[in-house]
Write a protein that binds this ligand. Structure first.
Ligand code: HAM
Length: 508
C-alpha cells in the first residue's frame, strides 16, 4: 500500500518552505513594529466556540468543520455479547456520575435505557447459565433484532465533548482574551498568529482543506476608525515588504445591531419579490441569511443583485460616521481602496467595517486576505461588554501562489560543499565543516570519500555556491582550495582567509 496525503491537504517542501519562512518572518517583523505579539493557539477547540462566534448558519460551521467526539476510555466497538454490554453499561454509569462523559439530559436518558435493557437481559438469560435455567445469549451479531434496539442508546450516548479542528482563529483569540483576563492589560491588546486552519471545502487551486493563515487581532476599549485604518495600513506594509504588488483593497460597512436588522428585513422583502428568479442556494438564504445572497457568484443572479438596496443607504448615524471616518483615515494614510457594497463576509461576528484584499494570479479564489470589526464578539463569548475588536487573516497559501506567480523563488540554501579526498583529509574536513557552520554557513559534507569529479558534479547539482577541496596537497600546505562554482574561480587560502573570503562573498 502506498500512502498519500489526503485530498485537499498537501506538504510544503524545501526549497518552497524557505520562501514560506521568509514571508512569515516578514510578518513577524512588520507586526512587531505596530506593537503586536504572537499568540500560539490550540489547533482544536470546543465545537460550540465556533458555532457561537462564526455562526450556526454559516457554511463554515454548518458544512465545513472537522468535528469529532473526544470520547472517554469506553469503546463501543468491543460490545459483542451480553458480558461486554453489561461491562460497558457499568463503565458508562461510573463515567457519567464522575462527569467524565457529558452530564446532559440526552445522556441521562440513553443511559437509563441501557440500564433497563441490561436488567431485562440479565433476567432473561440469568448469566447464560443453563444450570440456572438460562438460555445461551450467544453472539450479538447472531441476534438481528435485539442488538439494534439495544445498541441504539449506546450510539446515542455522547461519550465526550464535541471538538473541532479550528476553521479560523478569531474565535480562539477572543476565547483566550477572556480566559486570561487580558482586558485588564493597559491599552489595546494586539495579537498575531500564524498556523494551519481546517475547512472541508471542495479543493481547487488556492483552496485547501488544511490551509494556512497569518492573522492579527486588536482588542480593546476603543472602536475608533483610526484603529481600523491602522490595521489595514499594517497589512499593506506587510504586503509591500514581501513585494506583493497589485493587491487591491475593498472596503464596506455592514452596520451594527441597531441598523442592520432593518436592512436585512428590507433585503429579505426585496428578495422575496424576485424569489422565483433565484437559484436554490439564494432561495434558502432568503430565510437563513439574506446578506449572504450578496456573495453569490452565479452569473444569472447578478442583474438581480445589482438592483437590491445598498446597506450604505441604511446605516444609522453612528455607523455612517464611523464609515466616513474610516475613509478619511485611509486617505490620510494615502491608502487606495475601492468600496464594495456587496462585501458582507461569510462569518457572523462582523459589524461595521469589513474589508478584503485580492491579489493577481489566483483565478477564482483571489481573496488573499479578509477581515473586519467584531465589537460584540467578546461579550457574546462571555467577556466584558465594553471590549471592541478588529482584525484580519491572510491566506498564506494564496499569498505564496501569487508571489510565485510573480516570480518569487526560493534561494539555494547551500553555501559550501566540502569535497575531501583521502582518509587523512577526513578529520580536517569534519573540523572545517563545524567551523563554517558555527559561522552560519550551510555546509554539505559527504560521509564517504568520492572521486573528485563525482564530488564536484554533486556539488554542482546541489546548487552549492562554493566547493572547498580538502586533499593531501591542501593538508600538507595547511590550506584549502576554494572553487566558486558559478564561474570556476579558484584560489588556495589558509582557514582564516577562507572564512573571510566566504563571509565577504555572502554580503556581496
Ligand atoms: P476568512 O475570509 O474566512 O476570514 O479567511 C481569511 C483568508 O483565509 C481568506 O481570504 C483566504 O485567503 C484564506 N482562506 C480561507 N479559506 C481557505 C481555504 N480553504 N484554502 C486556502 N485559503 C483559505 C477569517 O478566517 C477571519 N477569521 C478573518 C478575521 C480575523 N476577521 C477578523 N479577524
Amino acid at each position: 500500500m502506498k500512502f498519500q496525503a489526503i485530498k485537499g491537504v498537501r506538504d510544503i517542501l524545501p526549497p518552497e518552505s524557505e520562501l514560506w519562512n521568509r514571508v512569515e518572518q516578514a510578518a513577524r517583523e512588520v507586526f512587531a513594529t505596530y506593537g503586536y505579539g504572537e499568540i500560539r493557539l490550540p489547533i482544536f477547540e470546543p465545537t460550540e466556540l465556533f458555532a457561537r462566534s462564526v455562526g450556526l448558519d454559516t457554511d463554515i460551521v454548518s458544512k465545513e468543520m472537522y468535528s469529532f467526539e473526544d470520547r472517554s476510555f469506553l469503546a463501543r466497538e468491543e460490545i459483542r455479547d451480553f458480558a461486554s454490554f453489561a461491562e460497558f453499561v457499568a463503565g458508562a454509569e461510573r463515567a457519567f456520575k464522575a462527569g467524565e462523559i457529558p452530564q446532559t439530559s440526552n445522556n441521562a436518558s440513553a443511559l437509563g435505557e441501557m440500564v433497563r435493557y441490561r436488567d431485562e437481559l440479565a433476567k432473561e438469560f440469568r448469566g447464560a447459565d443453563p444450570t440456572k435455567g438460562g438460555k445461551d445469549l450467544g453472539d450479538f451479531t447472531n441476534q438481528l433484532v435485539r442488538p439494534y434496539k439495544l445498541l441504539g442508546p449506546v450510539f446515542a450516548l455522547q461519550m465526550g465533548p464535541s471538538l473541532s479542528l479550528r476553521p479560523e482563529a478569531t474565535a480562539s483569540v477572543v476565547r483566550a482574551y477572556i480566559e486570561y483576563g487580558m482586558h485588564t492589560r493597559p491599552g489595546n491588546v494586539k495579537l498575531y498568529y500564524i498556523g494551519p486552519m481546517f475547512r472541508r471545502e471542495r479543493p481547487q487551486k488556492g483552496r485547501y482543506r488544511q490551509f494556512y493563515q497569518i492573522g492579527a487581532e486588536l482588542l480593546g476599549p476603543s472602536d475608533h476608525a483610526a484603529l481600523d485604518a491602522e490595521v489595514i495600513e499594517m497589512l499593506l506594509a506587510f504586503f509591500s515588504r514581501v513585494n506583493l504588488t497589485s493587491a487591491k483593497l475593498y472596503i464596506n460597512s455592514i452596520g451594527d445591531k441597531n441598523c442592520r436588522p432593518a436592512y436585512v428585513e428590507r433585503l429579505r422583502a426585496e428578495l422575496q419579490r424576485v424569489r422565483e428568479k433565484l437559484g436554490a442556494d439564494s432561495q434558502r438564504r432568503i430565510e437563513t441569511n439574506p446578506l449572504r445572497v450578496l456573495d453569490s457568484k452565479l452569473p444569472e443572479e447578478q442583474p438581480i443583485i445589482d438592483k437590491l438596496p445598498h446597506i450604505a443607504d441604511c446605516l444609522c448615524d453612528s455607523c455612517r460616521e464611523h464609515y466616513e471616518e474610516l475613509k478619511r483615515q485611509l486617505a490620510l494614510r494615502k491608502i487606495e481602496y475601492q468600496e464594495n457594497w456587496r462585501l458582507v463576509r461569510g462569518l457572523d461576528y462582523y459589524m461595521r467595517t469589513t474589508f478584503e484584499i485580492t491579489a493577481p494570479g489566483l483565478g477564482s479564489q483571489n481573496a488573499v486576505c479578509g477581515g473586519g470589526r467584531y465589537d460584540g464578539l467578546v461579550e457574546l463569548l462571555g467577556g466584558p461588554a465594553a471590549t471592541k475588536g478588529i482584525g484580519f487573516a491572510i491566506g498564506t497559501d494564496r499569498l505564496m501562489l501569487s508571489l510565485q506567480e510573480a516570480g518569487a523563488a526560493a534561494k539555494c540554501a547551500l553555501d559550501v560543499y566540502i569535497a575531501w579526498m583521502g582518509v587523512q583529509a577526513y578529520p580536517a574536513a569534519v573540523a572545517l565543516a563545524r567551523k563554517l557552520r558555527e559561522h552560519n554557513f550551510s555546509v554539505e559534507l559527504p560521509p564517504q570519500e568520492m572521486k573528485f569529479g563525482k564530488s564536484l558534479s554533486l556539488a554542482d547539482r546541489l546548487g552549492a555556491r562554493f566547493a572547498v577541496i580538502v586533499g593531501e596537497d591542501e593538508l600538507a600546505a595547511r590550506q584549502f582550495t576554494v572553487k566558486r562554482l558559478a564561474d570556476g574561480d579558484q584560489r588556495r587560502l589558509p582557514e582564516s582567509d577562507l572564512l573571510e573570503y566566504l563571509t565577504s562573498s555572502r554580503t556581496a
